[in-house]
Design a protein around this ligand. Structure first.
Ligand SMILES: Cc1cc2nc3c(=O)[nH]c(=O)nc-3n(C[C@H](O)[C@H](O)[C@H](O)COP(=O)(O)OP(=O)(O)OC[C@H]3O[C@@H](n4cnc5c(N)ncnc54)[C@H](O)[C@@H]3O)c2cc1C
Ligand code: SF4
Ligand code: SF4
Length: 608
């Protein structure tokens, strides 16, 4: 099939692109403002393929300054988008450890002791130090709290009502079509195949869509972005090595909640010093809350689900959450490389936008507005080229899209943020000081060194727990878990003093129950597995099976063979397995022994 423009993924980046483009393709009387090259007499044919089953099934916080969103939709604050609220009170909290179970450095333990000793003179409440001010770079004053799902549904309706753009959910793109250095469209995923991708009943090969321009906005773990990075390489000095998995609950707050709509809480320090948390309050007593577990948290048993429960149970937060109820949940990888990981933004026939192109600002904790802004920049560039009847060559895209992007606030702020997190390579205290330095000096000063590949950082279970558990104790835990076919993290956390989770069937529920309660896991029949263990022999010898421990849906689990098993029916599509592997891929040590390919399904809720 032929189109003029084909887009991969419908996240905020592509939404920004389509929202800007769609308005300019036809005139006020409905006649084409620009003519299609593949359908003469018609406006350009623009197709967008989204792998999730609906256009509003993304996962994100979201608190945003909404600068780019407001530029596209000046009426956005009063547009009646469900779950939207203006930002109100903002707080940054350092959470102390009420149980003494987290792994804290000596420096941090000293700081904690000082805070506890001076608590009568400091704003300390319920084991939390409320920072006296929110650093300017973190503030979202005059911004908005949104639900990603609700916002994307609203934008989707705006875009599709123009009649000039088609968005196809439930349609994963399997690969970009490449000839030499040129991209000339995309191929959709094969259907009617077995788990390994071999043709079976009702085999339908993925359709090829040829287009003069392919817009790649497939996010931080997208298969097409990965393919282009593999085929074209990254620019010198660039690398994508920093990630985090964000797990989020949407919660009905108790009826007598004191939290006002618009409240924004950011936390650090607990349940482990490396874990950041957020809580945003929507209207009608609903809150979005969650944690980020980063790739520089060097634990081989880093589970997000159980840590999220301990975080909710922290006394500062639990007094607000007790008697609350889970509405939905989800998890997704956040690409934390920022400009460290910026790929080639353009090439002949393609352009990259959004988080997969390095837009996320790790200093300000902002990704939606940045992704959206790059989408709008590309749309303006495309209109300019279409009107001038110029082809989508690398040079033309650089002179239009590249130029706009380089001149924008996304670029300027991304540069300030570029090295702000490098300090975390050396520990949490250095990381926090590095962030503050970069934030307060506009990126002129920073600490730390360039990140290394995540697999290089993962210690053995024995080394990680060395100071707290003997090798014999760990061996016993391993044996017990093996007999029950369980991952290790639960038993090891119990052993080092983490209290049991007091399940209440409402908010504190088992991982399996959350999969049933908080949305719907979709795994349409007839598609191949999207998680692949590249070299099973490496898995057989692997000591730290972090892929199992970190899996957000318990979809990767121990098997008899020594190679983990994968169950697509439980996969929430967070993409965390892509970077949670302790072995390098021998063919390319920048990557690990696990592949995350294009796939269907996932855990979906339109509230996330
Ligand atoms: C838990 C969490 C909390 C966050 N909180 C905030 C916050 O408070 N504020 C903020 O500004 N940012 C926040 N972010 C970051 C923000 O969500 C991202 O920066 C933003 O969504 C990036 O937009 P994008 O369009 O580039 O990519 P994405 O949102 O990742 O969208 C990419 C889309 O492409 C689709 N796709 C991928 N591969 C394919 C394929 N092969 N075929 C078809 N479709 C495909 C995906 O399904 C997805 O819909 C948060 C992120 C997470 C995970
Ligand atoms: S995928 Fe990676 S972490 Fe998991 S068992 Fe295989 S080598 Fe180990
Ligand atoms: S298998 Fe699925 S749920 Fe598990 S880490 Fe990978 S993408 Fe996430």
């Amino acid at each position: 099939m032929d189109a003029d423009i084909v887009c991969v993924g419908f996240g905020p980046a592509t939404a920004g692109f389509l929202a800007t483009l769609a308005k300019q393709l036809v005139t006020a009387d409905g006649t084409p403002a620009i003519e299609s090259a593949v359908m003469p007499g018609m406006p350009p044919q623009v197709l967008c393929y989204e792998r999730a089953d609906d256009i509003g099934l993304g996962v994100s916080g979201v608190v945003t300054k909404a600068r780019a969103l407001k530029a596209s939709f000046p009426e956005i604050k009063t547009a009646g988008i469900p779950m939207a609220a203006p930002v109100g009170e903002e707080k940054v909290l350092y959470l102390l450890d009420p149980h003494g179970a987290s792994r804290r450095s000596a420096a941090l333990r000293c700081a904690d002791a000082l805070i506890r000793t001076a608590k009568f003179a400091l704003p300390v409440e319920n084991h939390a130090l409320n920072l006296p001010w929110t650093p300017t770079f973190l503030r979202k004053h005059d911004g908005m709290i949104l639900s990603m799902g609700q916002f994307m549904q609203w934008v989707g309706a705006q875009v599709q009502s123009t009649g000039t753009v088609q968005i196809w959910p439930g349609t994963p793109v399997s690969q970009a079509l490449v000839e030499g250095k040129k991209v000339f469209g995309v191929r959709l995923l094969d259907q009617g195949v077995d788990k390994k991708g071999n043709p079976s009943d009702g085999f339908t090969p993925g359709m090829d869509i040829h287009a003069a321009l392919t817009v790649v906005g497939d996010g931080p773990i997208g298969a097409i972005g990965q393919q282009l990075d593999e085929q074209f390489g990254l620019p010198d000095g660039k690398h994508t090595r920093d990630w985090a998995v964000g797990m989020k609950f949407v919660v009905d707050l108790p009826e007598d909640t004191k939290l006002k709509p618009g409240t924004v809480l950011h936390t650090f320090g607990y349940p482990e010093p490396e874990i950041f948390g957020f809580l945003y309050v929507h209207p009608d007593r609903v809150a979005s809350l969650g944690i980020f577990v980063p790739s520089w948290f060097d634990s081989p048993t880093r589970t997000t689900f159980r840590y999220l429960q301990h975080w909710m149970l922290h006394p500062y937060l639990w007094r607000h959450l007790k008697d609350g109820k889970l509405r939905s949940w989800g998890a997704k990888t956040l690409g934390e490389s920022g400009q460290h990981g910026e790929p080639h933004l353009t090439g002949d026939g393609y352009a990259r936008i959004g988080e997969g192109s390095g837009t996320t600002n790790v200093l300000t904790g902002s990704g939606v507005d940045e992704a959206w802004a790059t989408g709008t920049q590309l749309a303006e560039a495309v209109i300019e080229l279409l009107k001038a009847k110029k082809p989508f060559t690398k040079q033309n895209l650089d002179e239009t899209y590249g130029k706009r992007r380089r001149a924008s606030w996304v670029e300027a702020e991304g540069r300030v943020a570029e090295k702000s997190r490098d300090g975390f390579q050396k520990g949490v205290a250095t990381g926090m000081i590095g962030m503050a330095l970069a934030g307060l000096t506009n990126g002129k000063l920073s600490l730390g060194s360039a990140p290394v590949q995540p697999w290089k950082r993962i210690p053995t279970v024995e080394d990680y727990y060395a100071r707290r558990l003997s090798r014999e104790e760990i061996a016993k835990v391993r044996e017990e878990c093996k007999a029950k076919n369980l991952s290790l993290h639960g038993a090891l956390m119990d052993k080092v003093g983490w209290p049991a989770i007091p399940f209440d069937g409402r908010l504190l529920v088992s991982h399996q129950d959350a999969l049933l309660m908080g949305g719907k896991v979709q795994a349409p029949h007839g598609y191949a597995d999207h998680v692949i263990f590249r070299h099973p022999e490496l898995c057989e010898k692997c000591g730290a099976r972090i892929c199992i421990e970190a899996c957000s849906g318990q979809a990767i689990y121990p098997s008899e063979t020594g190679v983990p098993a994968f169950d697509r029916e439980k996969c929430v599509h967070c993409g965390a397995c892509l970077w949670n592997c302790s072995q390098a891929n021998p063919e390319n040590p920048e990557h690990m022994n696990i592949a995350f390919r294009a796939g269907t399904g996932g855990l979906h809720s339109a509230e996330n």
